[in-house]
Write a protein that binds this ligand. Sequence first.
Ligand code: GDP
Ligand code: MG
Length: 221
Amino acid sequence: MDQELFFQVIIVGDTGVGKTCLQLRFSENSFKEQHSVTIGVEFGAKNIQVGSQTIKLQIWDTAGQETYRSITKSFYQRADGVILVYDATARHTFENCENWLEEIRQNSAADVVIFLIGNQVDLIEKGQEDRQVAYEEGKLFAEKQRLSGFIETSAKSGINVNEAFYEFSKVLFERWKERREFKPATQPRIELRPTVINKKKKCCYMKSNNLLIKNDACTEA
Ligand SMILES: Nc1nc2c(ncn2[C@@H]2O[C@H](COP(=O)(O)OP(=O)(O)O)[C@@H](O)[C@H]2O)c(=O)[nH]1
Ligand SMILES: [Mg+2]
């Protein structure tokens, strides 16, 4: 049997878009009507089967600090994947996705897998007038930003939630396989050394405004 693979995933996005509910729907298949601000670090985990491969996804929920630049760097650094969520019935949460992406890219690993989710689409089924972000807009944004996937979900009804996490796991698995195949057997060692300028004869250089500059008047070889 294949070894179990373990991936850490974080969910980010504006407050109230349904991050905690998506995490709960996925890991416990439950839904909370009452909004409670997530305090501290919460996570849920679940196994997903991709072919013969078992993948354990551990989903970390934002700790009630859903403003840009307030989530700690370590939160991003340990993530194999990031799920960026907006509420399809609240346009400003979609517009903020650009800021979120900037923050994700500044703080995460270069090859982190990023998925975009437009949540709360159960509200739209009742009447399209509640929709504030077209499906095509979400899709176009994900394509332009070269994200690994886009899907619309409802944490309340459960629409597409398992599908979203399944697709996400597939991409994480593919990325893991690519990394394993292309990793050289022995990593080339690149050592960075500070430039040693003071090894030169002292008279060749002089100090000006705290800068060490070449002294053209120096006659020493
Ligand atoms: N109708 C509907 N309400 C949702 C959905 N997801 C979350 N909510 C509600 O939106 C509010 C915020 O959800 P929460 O998961 O706490 O948002 P978070 O701040 O992003 O973690 C709660 O009152 C939820 O019941 C959804 O898919 N559909
Ligand atoms: Mg929350």
